[in-house]
Each structure stands twice: as C-alpha cells, then as structure tokens.
Design a protein around this ligand. Structure first.
Ligand code: GAR
Length: 191
C-alpha cells in the first residue's frame, strides 16, 4: 500500500476526492494517507482532513525564506515516510531543497494543459479566452513551474459554460476523477 503525503494550501477538494477514492474507490487497497500537510495552518482543507481522521501537519510558510522553509517541510514530511508527495492545490513553487529528497515521486494537478498555461488562475484563463475546451494535467514535479513530465491529461468540455463558476465546476469534476485514477495507475506500475 503506497503512502501518500497530500499537500494543500486551501479548500482541499482534490484531497477530499483522493481520500474518498482510498476509502471506497479506485485507490482502495492501493494507497493510504500518510499525512495531509499545509503551509497554511488555517487552510480549510486541513481541518477537513482532520475531521476525516487523517493525520495532519502544518508549517507556516509566511515570512519564511523559501529554501529554509522547504528544507524544514521536507524533513517534516520524511518523518511520515511517504512513497508519493501529492500536491493538491499546494500553491508554492518548490525549491531543489524540497524536490531532491522526493525526486520523481512528487505529483501535481494543474487545471490547464501545462504546455499552454502555467501558474495561477488557469480557469480564469480558459474562461477569459472563451475556450471551447481545456485540459486537466497530472504531471511529475521538477524544478520549473508546471514543466514536469506529463502523466495524464483529460479534456473538459467548456461549450455553453457561461460563468467562471461553471468552468470551475466542470473542471474540478474532471480533476477529482483524473487525479485518483492516475495515481492508481502509477502505484500499480511502480509496485
Ligand atoms: C485546483 O483547481 C488545482 O488544480 C489548482 O488549485 C485548485 C485547488 O483546489 N492548482 C493549481 O492551480 C496549481 N497551479 P482544491 O484545494 O479544492 O483541491
């Protein structure tokens, strides 16, 4: 059973979808939550994880130097012996100090095609550009911003989506399926 460290900074809907998949979906018998970690101690997702009985940990990043914070965060996470570090709305760029101990085992979900859009506000980008479709990307994390090798992509049909909220609703539904399915496949391949 693969141990997941799930990292978030906010709402945590992807974390919740992964926990659901572990409890009775595509990740059942394949994965377990080692820890849900946040750089924001007051992130709603952290409280939601605790309410589900997941181990949680937080380390405030505000006002910290990136390399120092990342070194400390990586050391903290290593105590939980994760097989995979799963970024789920973890809104930080990772420095080499963080990536090195988990190289090749860090995953991210990005709500756009990473070849077309990197960084924040991907749904706004799709909405503002009136895209007929966008793509959700699950990729391995390297030292660039949304540049790592792509593991999976899935199209979101945006035709008729008249508000940003509708674009997000359709996108998140795809995110929640794709992340768990991609992880399940990766765990099967690696074990
Ligand atoms: C998700 O849409 C995720 O893809 C995105 O943040 C949201 C987090 O929502 N991540 C990025 O934009 C990373 N560049 P959640 O906290 O409900 O999972």
């Amino acid at each position: 059973v693969a141990r997941l460290a799930i990292l978030l900074s906010g709402r945590g809907s992807n974390m919740l979808a992964l926990v659901k998949a572990i409890q009775g979906g595509v990740l059942q018998d394949l994965a377990e939550v080692a820890v849900v970690f946040s750089n924001k101690p007051d992130a709603p997702g952290l409280a939601a994880a605790a309410a589900l009985g997941c181990p949680t940990a937080a380390l405030p990043s505000q006002g910290r130097k990136r390399a120092e914070f990342d070194t400390e965060a990586a050391a903290l996470l290593q105590q939980y012996q994760p097989d995979f570090v799963v970024l789920a709305g973890y809104m930080r760029i990772l420095s080499p100090a963080f990536i090195q101990p988990f190289a090749g085992r860090i995953l991210n979900i990005h709500p756009a095609d990473t070849h077309q859009h990197q960084g924040l506000h991907a749904y706004e980008w799709a909405f503002d550009n009136h895209l007929a479709e966008t793509k959700i990307t699950v990729h391995l994390v390297d030292e660039g911003l949304d540049t790592g090798p792509i593991l999976a992509q899935r199209t979101v049909d945006l035709r008729g989506a008249e508000t940003l909220a509708e674009v997000e609703r359709r996108g998140l539904a795809v995110e929640h399926e794709l992340y768990a399915e991609t992880l399940a496949e990766l765990i099967r391949v690696k074990s």
